[in-house]
Design a protein around this ligand. Structure first.
Ligand SMILES: *[C@@H]1O[C@H](CO)[C@@H](O)[C@H](O)[C@H]1NC(C)=O
Ligand SMILES: *[C@@H]1O[C@H](CO)[C@@H](O)[C@H](O)[C@H]1NC(C)=O
Ligand SMILES: *[C@@H]1O[C@H](CO)[C@@H](O)[C@H](O)[C@H]1NC(C)=O
Ligand SMILES: *[C@@H]1O[C@H](CO)[C@@H](O)[C@H](O)[C@H]1NC(C)=O
Ligand SMILES: *[C@@H]1O[C@H](CO)[C@@H](O)[C@H](O)[C@H]1NC(C)=O
Ligand SMILES: *[C@@H]1O[C@H](CO)[C@@H](O)[C@H](O)[C@H]1NC(C)=O
Length: 186
């Protein structure tokens, strides 16, 4: 009996240590806010004034237009800026939205390449970047986003070949890469 108690105590101590570590390395809603403010600062044109005034530091991030927070963790779970007409680039900070499940930037004028940091979006299931001006290759790290179900990069300027890593994505249902400048077998 005593032995069992000791084992249990040792187990608790280990769990607590793990939790403390996690708390130190984990990101929180404040990090989500800085990530979105970084995105805002990378937007050079907002013709319909969708986010320039709405994404105000005086209102909670979960109330910002296009932002939906999860009920359980109160972290940013969806970011939908589709049809806002924005011009800009994606900053590496976006990879800090560690609870993001759904990312939709459809019909904007985002350009540039996709930062490597997006590989950290482990919970991502849906990504729609259709009708933008993204360039560069479709990064091979897409193959490590294991929960990805649907992704559309339709109507961009991605070039190069389709990374074979994406064939490893077992949850993938729909992939739409039409109207890019991709080469190789497709
Ligand atoms: C978020 O984490 C930082 C440290 O990484 C901490 O200073 C801050 O108080 C935390 N904010 C919230 C809302 O938990
Ligand atoms: C931002 O937009 C949301 C959703 O349209 C709205 O509920 C909120 O009141 C707006 N906030 C500000 C500060 O304009
Ligand atoms: C994303 O936003 C657009 C424009 O506001 C809206 O039409 C669309 O239904 C939204 N999609 C989702 C999944 O919320
Ligand atoms: C968020 O991301 C940026 C760039 O990837 C990084 O410099 C920063 O330290 C990250 N963490 C926090 C807590 O903002
Ligand atoms: C989306 O973008 C495409 C290509 O620029 C354009 O043809 C289409 O009309 C746009 N759709 C909407 C609803 O803005
Ligand atoms: C695909 O997954 C298998 C098993 O998890 C791994 O061995 C392989 O390296 C992966 N291939 C690619 C191209 O990522």
């Amino acid at each position: 009996m005593e032995r069992v108690t000791w084992f249990f105590l040792a187990y608790l101590v280990r769990q607590l240590a793990a939790l403390t570590m996690a708390a130190q390395t984990n990101l929180n809603i404040t990090t989500d806010r800085s990530a979105l403010l970084a995105l805002k600062s990378h937007i050079t044109n907002d013709p319909q004034n969708m986010i320039f005034t709405n994404w105000s530091t005086t209102t909670p991030v979960c109330n910002w237009v296009g932002v939906t927070c999860g009920a359980r963790h109160r972290r940013v779970a969806e970011l939908n800026l589709s049809y806002f007409g924005l011009t800009g680039t994606i900053p590496p900070e976006l990879g800090n939205l560690s609870f993001l499940v759904d990312l939709r930037f459809r019909n904007n004028s985002f350009r540039g390449t996709l930062p490597q940091e997006l590989a950290r979006l482990r919970r991502l299931k849906f990504i729609n970047l259709a009708y933008n001006k993204f360039t560069g290759v479709i990064p091979s790290w897409f193959g490590s986003l294991s929960k990805l179900q649907i992704f559309s990069f339709y109507g961009n300027q991605f070039s190069g070949s389709i990374p074979t890593t994406i064939f490893n994505l077992s949850a993938l249902q729909i992939i739409d890469l039409g109207y890019n400048q991709l080469s190789g077998t497709n």
